[in-house]
Design a protein around this ligand. Structure first.
Ligand code: SF4
Length: 221
């Protein structure tokens, strides 16, 4: 298990740095903060895939204005959903996908978004990240949502030595104290977007620059 005080220090240092440079919460988290509705977390996370944060927030709000719940979403045709979330990435494909998911949830789950990892992963187009965020932000379940930023940063920090986000998620469950499971995603995603960038991180500006082994970093600024 990682030392709790050390993790606390890293979380505090990263948060302060992000405050300094003015990094807003990701749009899905903002939506979840306004309304802890698993339906809205699921839909906005699916919209967010391959889509800029600002676009996700606006596209999600437009869709929730005409489809505030899963029943109304299932009554919309895929073209209307697509036009409403445009210019989100792959909006046409997402229009079809959201409609199919709405139908499955109504028919198989009585209109309630599943709160089970396996059931969520069985929905078309739902991967580990989306399922974890639904559990995490929608149901308040202690799931660790590991996307490419979380995976890369914890490897650079030397907390894990893993090849895939799935492996990282399993390892973090063993070594990360539980109270950090939910906040790690928001914090590390923003940190990865602003400071610990995938290619050439800004190590010179990072409060962890002395302690971090920078595992796998070949170029830095
Ligand atoms: S020192 Fe560099 S590699 Fe390590 S966490 Fe900071 S930005 Fe990332």
């Amino acid at each position: 298990m990682l030392d709790e005080r050390y993790i606390d220090d890293v979380f505090t240092a990263f948060s302060k740095k992000l405050e300094e440079i003015g990094s807003p919460l990701p749009s899905v988290s903002l939506i979840a903060e306004e309304d802890k509705d698993p339906y809205k977390v699921l839909v906005s996370t699916l919209i967010s895939l391959r889509t800029k944060d600002e676009v996700t927030a606006e596209a999600s709000r437009r869709l929730f204005a005409i489809a505030p719940d899963i029943n109304t979403l299932s009554s919309l045709d895929p073209e209307t959903i697509a036009e409403t979330i445009k210019p989100a990435g792959f909006y046409k494909r997402k229009g079809i996908q959201l409609r199919v998911i709405a139908e499955i949830i109504i028919n198989d789950y009585n209109g309630i978004v599943p709160d089970d990892m396996e059931e969520l992963l069985a929905l078309p187009g739902v991967g580990m990240k989306t399922a974890s965020l639904v559990l995490n932000l929608g149901y308040g379940v202690d799931a660790i949502c590991v996307d490419c930023h979380v995976h890369q940063i914890v490897n650079r920090l030397g907390w894990v030595c893993t090849k895939t986000p799935e492996e990282t998620e399993r390892k973090l469950r063993e070594i990360l104290p539980r109270r950090f499971w939910i906040p790690i995603n928001d914090l590390f995603v923003r940190y990865g977007q602003k400071v610990c960038k995938p290619v050439s991180p800004f190590c010179s500006q990072c409060p962890e620059k002395e302690a971090c082994p920078k595992t796998g970093v070949t170029r830095m600024r």
